[in-house]
Design a protein around this ligand. Structure first.
Ligand code: RFL
Ligand code: PHB
Length: 389
């Protein structure tokens, strides 16, 4: 099999890139290890920046998002009893869109057949070959059959654990990493949200987040130790903890109900440089991870593929390789700013196991400064809404 761009991974990065290239008539094949249903069963991001919603609009795939998504003008930081409102719209003129990653992925998957975007699900044993030349290829297994996909370029959109990043020689790559000593336990429940906006809470028992998917479906998270087991968190324990950590106003409006999904995600900051090597480009979680506190992961995947698709389109249309050579530098410049914001909000809002009275006093002082300073609120709002491409 031969194509122009072979894409590994059918998460948001791979699917968006595939559609953007197909829209320009470029041939693409996406190889995905899992089934479509499995990919759609992963409950992940909920907040989309303008770069992400703009890409859906450019693709003409935004109808359901515009109809069902919830545009938000702001969000809240909570410290104990108080809600500190961050007025994104008032401070930056922007909004964010609450629309689940599952729905974005479904919209992109559903549109694939009509747009000639070939996705091979259940592709096992994916391995990358000859990426340092201009004729890279991928070996994989479909059923029990070994197959080969030749391409001019490979886009590694295969998430943190995929094979693409590992194909880059260790002598070339540099890793920057921080693993946090806690995770987020998330629950999804068919109950109305406790607030019309998100609440990120710093409580002395640990962080909590109230989020949503719709007017009738809520998504909540509580910070738990890194080695915690989901089995130790029956629904009632989660609701009790949320009621304490989110503060009295949220607790008064919180509707409890059975969880329809419950899982624990570890928190990590990670950047791999460079994001390109030979004929291979990395995009999304394959190259970088942010802790979910700033809601940046999916949005960074989107900005990566915005840069990468433009560069590849220029290469195939105008035979101009300049943008391709500049992809890693351009993408990393934006990635590092989002890494900084996600790390900073994570540090401000979580309880660290070795936190002493001084560290805690610093968090409280910073939150109190945020509450009283328009400059601080503006800095948070412009980062949360998303920095320009
Ligand atoms: P994905 O979504 O991990 O997709 C990678 C795909 O590659 C496939 N794959 C392979 N395919 C073939 N062969 C192999 N050997 C393969 N190995 C892997 C995988 O099956 C998968 O389908 O990466 P992508 O596309 O880069 O997208 C990144 C986002 O998924 C991620 O950054 C976000 O979910 C992060 N995130 C959030 N981001 C936001 O922008 N806003 C949020 O509100 C937000 N909340 C979150 C989050 C992530 C969370 N978790 C669980 C980590 C909340 C949570 C709890
Ligand atoms: C979510 O709704 O899943 C969500 C929202 C905001 C975040 C992280 C996750 O920062």
């Amino acid at each position: 099999m031969r194509t122009q761009v072979a894409i590994v991974g059918a998460g948001p990065a791979g699917l968006l890139l595939g559609h953007l290239l197909r829209a320009e008539g470029i041939d693409v094949v996406v190889l995905e290890r899992q089934s479509a249903d499995y990919v759609l069963s992963r409950i992940r991001a909920g907040v989309l920046e303008r770069v992400t919603t703009d890409l859906m609009t450019r693709l003409g795939l935004d109808a359901r998002m515009r109809a069902e998504g919830l545009p938000h003008d702001g969000f809240n930081l909570a410290d104990g009893d108080r809600l500190i409102h961050i007025d994104i719209a008032g401070l930056t003129g922007k909004q964010v869109m609450v629309y689940g990653q599952t729905e974005v992925t479904r919209d992109l998957m559903d549109a694939a057949p009509a747009r000639g975007l070939e996705i091979i699900y259940g592709a096992k044993d994916v391995a990358l070959h000859d990426i340092d030349g201009d004729a890279p290829w991928i070996s994989f297994t479909r059923g029990d059959k070994k197959e080969r996909l030749d391409a001019r370029f490979i886009a590694g959109c295969d998430g943190f654990h995929g094979p693409s990043r590992k194909a880059i020689p260790a002598s070339v790559g540099k890793v920057f990493e921080r693993v946090y000593p806690f995770g987020w336990l998330g629950i999804l429940a068919d109950v109305p949200p406790c607030n019309h906006e998100l609440i990120y809470a710093n409580h002395e028992r640990g962080f909590a987040l109230a989020s949503m998917r719709s007017a009738t479906r809520s998504r909540y998270y509580v910070q738990v130790p890194a080695d915690e087991k989901v089995e130790d968190w029956p629904d009632e324990r989660v609701w009790d903890e949320l009621a304490i950590r989110l503060g009295p106003d949220a607790a008064a409006h919180m509707v409890r109900g059975p969880s329809i999904e419950k899982s624990i995600a570890p928190l990590r900051s990670f950047v791999f440089e460079p994001m390109a090597y030979g004929s291979l480009f990395l995009a999304g979680d394959a190259a970088h991870i942010v802790p979910p506190t700033g809601a940046k992961g999916l949005n960074l995947a989107a900005s990566d593929v915005a840069y990468l698709s433009d560069a590849l389109i220029r290469f195939f249309r105008a035979n101009d390789g300049n943008d391709i050579g500049d992809y890693s530098r351009k993408a990393l410049a934006r990635v590092w700013k989002a890494e900084r914001f996600s790390w900073s909000l994570t540090s401000l809002m979580h309880r660290f196991p070795d936190t002493d009275a001084f560290d805690r006093a610093m968090q409280i002082a910073e939150l109190s400064y945020v509450a009283s300073s328009k400059a601080m609120q503006t800095a948070i709002a412009e980062n949360y809404a998303g920095l320009p491409l």
